[in-house]
Design a protein around this ligand. Structure first.
Ligand code: 4AD
Ligand code: MG
Length: 485
């Protein structure tokens, strides 16, 4: 008989086919009960394999070391399970303890098998990959990332890598982390105006971590047609909310010859594709997260509860068209809503021109339309310099995709391809034309209509996993005053 090495996922998927095989599995002990049953997990799946140990055949010394969180390698024969709850189990012949775990010290960790709060999991981010909840989220996150690459690859997009260190502020919002090689303990070189002289810094200019790869993606799209970026982006905005991170991952497709309608079609199609992929490929993890979500809803006040279960919500997105309406129409709906008249918004609707808060976005999605919504044609004043100006002279071809429980999940636009209009806008908003000479150049040599958008990966993972706090869907969250691990 040849011995086979299996991940627990592969072995459990084989099921009864594996009976009588001699196998080797490795993993971490989740529990050991009656000195006989070990629940072993190796991270390949949320499911555990049950190891059956006849303690009469093992040294007490080994048995003493089979504690929760210890790692071990087990060799044995696959048998049909006697108990309920699993199809197969392993009758163990040999156990090798790989790493011990001290039961006394374990008490204070989240590895202790009992319910822990998400806050506590965050404090022990180095342990949380081993918990059911975080493990499930990480596998779903992986599946979504893979699906995103697959979608773009199958649709003729070229994946381009845009720089992480840049000299420009793509959003013009000034929310950047400076990158410097200056010795901050020493006096910094100053120019004649008394400002720090970055010409003496490493790159010979002021540089920062990128807030978006869009501008460089536009450059690439002007040669390659359809491209996308997928990388980390950084925002030094001091927003301590459940939807903001200082470091997050963004997917930014950029397409030559696309207008805003085509851009919206692409965003909707891509979201549906990747969500369907996760449903198909992560059934166990989503089942677990869905049960968790539904249980959490019952603990909320009635008016905050989601009307749909997590799986129903995902299915709803797949099978319904997103509602599309202009910013102007949305403001009217919000202004006339009972919610506004009864002064229930924290930020009351003041009228056309105001920026929408996430409570407004969620009202439209969750209460009014009960569907994902794409808002477009926003006031130029509240959007970035690169968005294409409409003929009305006051709105731009912007679009935001709004999701239940999240608010904005995607932000995008048709880009201003007319140099004269772009120049005027840059002047108005004080965006440096000198700095972005290369961006302006794109409009001088064969400019074309083009569009793109940015999808925040963590917001997508939040939605698919039914989680409420963005810190729980990224391995090591970076937020104001927090960069542990
Ligand atoms: O709306 P934003 O700022 O758009 C851009 O950066 C454009 N340059 C994208 C483009 O057109 N290529 O950000 C896009 C998305 C948001 O909709 C949101 O999902 C996510 O990025 N996002 C954040 N996610 C987590 N933490 C933050 N601080 C985020 N800021 C934006
Ligand atoms: Mg936005």
């Amino acid at each position: 008989m040849t011995m086979l090495n299996y991940t627990i996922k592969d072995l459990l998927n084989k099921g009864k086919e594996a009976v009588l095989q001699e196998v080797c599995v490795q993993g971490w002990v989740r529990s050991f009960r009656s000195n006989r049953f070990i629940a072993l997990n190796d991270g390949s799946t949320i499911r555990n394999i049950q190891l059956v140990v006849d303690f009469e055949n093992f040294d007490a010394e080994i048995l003493d070391k089979i504690n929760t969180a210890a790692s071990l390698k087990a060799i044995g024969e696959v048998i049909e399970s006697q108990g309920s709850g699993q199809e197969i189990e392993i009758q163990v012949q040999k156990i090798e303890i790989l790493g011990e775990s001290n039961p006394d010290e374990l008490q204070s960790t989240i590895l202790q098998p009992k319910a822990h709060s998400l806050e506590k999991l965050r404090e022990q981010a180095h342990h949380r990959f081993r918990t059911n909840t975080f493990g499930a989220i990480m596998r779903v996150r992986n599946s979504l990332m893979f699906a995103i690459h697959k979608y773009f690859n199958e649709n003729g997009f070229v994946y381009v890598n845009t720089p992480i260190i840049t000299g420009s502020d793509a959003e013009g919002a000034g929310e950047m982390f400076t990158v410097t090689n200056f010795d901050l303990e020493k006096d910094l070189p100053k120019n004649e105006e008394g400002n720090v002289d970055f010409s003496e810094d490493f790159f010979g200019r002021h540089t920062n971590l990128t807030v978006s790869g869009q501008l460089e993606a536009e450059v690439a799209a002007m040669g390659l047609g359809k491209v996308y970026t997928f990388g980390p982006t950084f925002r030094a905005e001091n927003s301590n909310t459940t939807r903001h991170l200082a470091e997050f991952w963004m997917i930014e497709p950029e397409m030559a010859f696309y207008n805003l309608d085509m851009n919206m079609d692409l965003a909707e199609d891509m979201l549906k594709y990747v969500i369907a992929y996760a449903i198909e490929n992560c059934p166990d993890d989503l089942k677990f997260l869905s049960d968790r979500f539904d249980k959490e809803q019952t603990q909320k006040p009635q008016n905050e509860r989601s009307e749909l279960s997590l799986m129903e919500r995902l299915e709803y997105v797949l099978h319904n068209n997103f509602v599309r309406l202009t910013y102007t129409e949305a403001i009217e709906i919000l202004q006339n809503s009972k919610h506004n008249q009864k002064k229930k918004f924290k930020y009351p609707i003041e009228g056309w021109g105001m920026d929408l808060q996430s409570e407004h976005e969620r009202y439209l999605v969750e209460k009014h339309f009960k569907s994902p919504v794409i808002l477009f044609d926003y006031p130029a004043k509240i959007k970035a310099f690169y968005m294409r100006l409409n003929d009305d002279g006051k709105t731009v071809r912007a679009m935001d995709v709004l999701f239940p429980g999240i608010g904005e999940i995607i932000g995008g636009s048709q880009r201003e391809e007319r140099l004269d209009v772009l120049d005027e806008k840059m002047d108005q908003l004080g965006v440096s034309k000198e700095n972005l000479w290369w961006y302006r150049d794109l409009r001088k040599f064969g400019t074309v209509p083009h569009s793109g958008f940015g999808l925040g990966l963590e917001r997508l993972v939040l939605f698919v996993c039914g989680m409420g706090n963005i810190r729980d869907v990224i391995p090591f969250p970076r937020t104001p005053k927090s960069a542990e691990f």
